[in-house]
Design a protein around this ligand. Sequence first.
Ligand SMILES: [Fe+2]
Ligand SMILES: [Fe+2]
Length: 399
Amino acid sequence: MQSSVLSRFSHPLAWSPPGHILTHHLSTPPNHPSLTFRRRLQPVSAVASPPTPRLRRQMTHSMPPEKIEVFKSLESWASQWVLPLLKPVDQCWQPQDFLPDPTLPFDAFTDEVRTLRERTAGLPDEYFVVLVGDMITEDALPTYQTMINTLDGVRDETGASLCPWAVWTRSWTAEEKRHGDLLRTFLYLSGRVDMLMVEKTVQYLIGSGMDPGTENNPYLGFVYTSFQERATFISHGNTARLAKESGDPVLARICGTIASDEKRHENAYARIVEKLLEVDPSGAMIAISDMMRKKITMPAHLMYDGRDPKLFEHFSAVAQRLGVYTADDYADILEFLIGRWRLEKLEELNAEGRRAQDFVCGLAPRIRKLQERADERARKMEPHGASFSWIFNKEVALL
Ligand SMILES: [Fe+2]
Ligand SMILES: [Fe+2]
């Protein structure tokens, strides 16, 4: 199952009860079962949302300060090779290009909404679970811009910095903003989802943030974003395919158009890592290995709707079952990046770099083997489902 490979937070300890924080149990190790019990049943003091997740050990500023120079020295390269991968605003699509036109006379506008609803009628509820999860992931964009601006040497120091790294991050954010806006408005008009619960989930998620383990380190940060942009390219591509198969060509075009943005962004981030491999092969190779050891956590891994403490795990299971984003995709992305960055052929590595290379280049088959075993175990389990507040508490099969 996807979550077994991708999520570090699928364990019941991942969440404390909603609206509560924990007291410190200094004598109890963090994974001790009694703490689980206390967390779930004996909340001590109430605070405002969001709930407190269990995060990995937080490390900061792991890049040696002298390596900031690497990113300074690459500024003109970034202007020449990264910024052109942005699209000028007047050549970009906007959400309104795909949505009913509110400036039409009222009857014509409502006709367009009716047509939109007729087209979505063929899409099953489980599809909407995945589309909502994707939309919520996109809508937590403030978190991702924050994350990139934690990275030493490339952050936007002023909010309007002319440094090409900062220009990229702001313009990337501006392009990404259209994804959540478009999906959100589409879902609102479809009438198929409980927007109030969707909106609460977004608020919880942005309040919780994310824990990608990038340690203010742009080497780690750009490996993470390379992987993640490809993951979103794959998942939006699959929701496009499913929409087409279910008779909604407009939604297919929406998801496909978003996917093509993700591909362009993936290309930019992968190009940055490729350059780092050229100027600092061991440093970059070790960073790739470090991120893969930690596992790439999905950006919305802390999602919560105020009701289901395993919401992300359940959403991931539905995405896996529908083939929108699967453990196989995770291994495929890794193999793709190994090929894209020619990691197997990388030379001039120090001893640690070579160890990192061996680990990363042998990882995909190991992930697949683990997944086969997990699939086998899953086949022996009784089919079961989960209800999702996003679709009015209807139950959807997970297995
Ligand atoms: Fe996106
Ligand atoms: Fe993206």
